[in-house]
Design a protein around this ligand. Sequence first.
Ligand code: NAP
Length: 247
Amino acid sequence: MTNEQRVAVVTGASRGIGREIALRLARDGRFVVLVSRSAGPLSEVKALIDDAGGASAVCAVDVGDSGAWQGAVEKIAQERGRLDILVNNAGITRDNLVLRMSDEEFDEVLRVNLKSAFVACRAAARAMMKGRFGRIVNIASTSGVVGNAGQANYAAAKAGLIGLTKSLARELGGKGVTANVVAPGFIETDMTKDLPGEVRDRVLMGMALKRLGTPQDIAAAVSYVSSDDAGFLTGQVICVDGGLTMC
Ligand code: NAP
């Protein structure tokens, strides 16, 4: 790693969208810190990055554990001497209709999908402001923009991410730090693999592009939003959804 190399933290980097974002940012020349709960899969992603001549490190932590997660972000910034890019991508679903949804299902989704992002942004903002450069990219969902039956907890968390991001954009803009949301539509990952056929067909019918997205589609958007070139883009919600919501 050179002194000039930008340091990026990507949560949920062990698989799916986060893995692809991590690979893409490494190809973009970033030093990428790979975060999830499982060290094994993260090491496999690290090996891919190393083989391609990139640079990365593994950080196994539960982002839902606020104390441990805050400590991890502070340690990364301290050890690397900088923190330039933060991609809050880790997420879970606990789907249920509101009338059947338990407090636990609601709280867990809010904790992992929303509070973890708040904790990381707060910890990272200090290092970003010091460097007078920062790119915060929060991965929400079109569910957080237009809602989704059976996902009140998830949609609330993702809508919360949008409010968090816009507030960060206003608070940190004067220090060279941007904050944006990338909101994926339906993307082919473990999260959507059990989607019933009729739901998949209905979704496809409503999409201008008539195909589900790929993790690469999302990684390409994150690559731009986190780049030095995107310095005039902040407080935005970029729906990468094949024309599903046109939000
Ligand atoms: P995925 O394949 O299920 O992967 C989720 C990632 O989050 C994994 O790397 C997982 O790693 C990590 N993770 C989950 N809980 C964690 C925790 N407590 N601490 C640390 N890491 C944790 O999901 P995906 O489809 O790639 O989704 C990625 C993001 O995009 C999520 O925020 C999701 O809401 C959003 N999104 C996805 C879609 C879609 O269609 N797939 C659509 C809209 C938005 P470990 O299990 O190893 O910890």
